[in-house]
Design a protein around this ligand. Structure first.
Ligand code: COA
Length: 171
């Protein structure tokens, strides 16, 4: 069982914990379609990032909660604030491995898109071309591909193409 809701200040440590788990996961699975830094960022850096995310009022942040704690985060952040691109939100999502494939991702994105209607006109995202799970989900939620950057990601000696997708929130 899970619930989906807007993220709050109490979610900070579970959200950071989930984020750190992807650094461990990518060691087991170098095909993981997440764009991570070469090293786990320092806890204080993460705390500041999260506090800014929650307090800015300009981003959408939705968590999936299971077993009494946040286990995934979906954000939609302004592409570039105070600019000609502020009407565009950039979506990112990740859920801890154990909680995937039970509909939580779909529910989180659906909620995030509803909240995004008050802040953005267009939502864009980038996804690794080998991430068929995520691409299936995005397409089914109304995202359309608008481009592909070959070899956009390089992990060790392996390259991955980047698929660019968008969804217009206004007609
Ligand atoms: C991508 C992610 C957010 C999706 O969330 P989720 O909760 O696992 O996904 P859901 O259970 O909501 O949706 C599953 C859908 O994908 C489909 N799916 C699952 N694996 C698939 C695969 N390998 N290929 C195609 N479709 C697949 C399911 O059939 C289901 O589709 P349906 O609802 O039409 O039946 C989550 O798996 C995740 O965090 N992955 C790792 C990080 C990541 O890749 N983030 C995205 C970066 S762009």
């Amino acid at each position: 069982m899970y619930t989906v809701r807007e993220a709050n200040a109490q979610d900070m440590l579970p959200v950071i914990d989930a984020y750190y788990s992807y650094y461990d996961e990518v060691k087991r699975n170098p095909e993981l379609g997440l764009t991570l830094y070469n090293e786990k960022p320092d806890l204080n850096v993460e705390k500041k990032w999260y506090a800014d995310l929650i307090s800015s009022g300009r981003a959408v942040a939705v968590v999936g909660e299971a077993d009494g704690r946040a286990v995934g985060l979906c954000t939609i952040e302004p592409r570039k604030e105070n600019s000609v691109m502020s009407h565009i939100g950039v979506l990112g999502i990740a859920i801890m491995q154990k909680y995937r494939n039970m509909g939580m991702g779909r529910a989180m994105i659906t909620t995030a898109l509803e909240l995004a209607r008050e802040k953005f006109e267009i939502v864009v995202l980038s996804v690794y071309s080998n991430n068929l799970h995520a691409i299936h989900l995005y397409r089914s939620l109304g995202f359309t591909e608008y481009g592909l950057l070959p070899r956009a990601y390089k992990r060790g000696n392996k390259y991955f193409d980047e698929v660019l997708m968008y969804k217009a929130l206004k007609a």
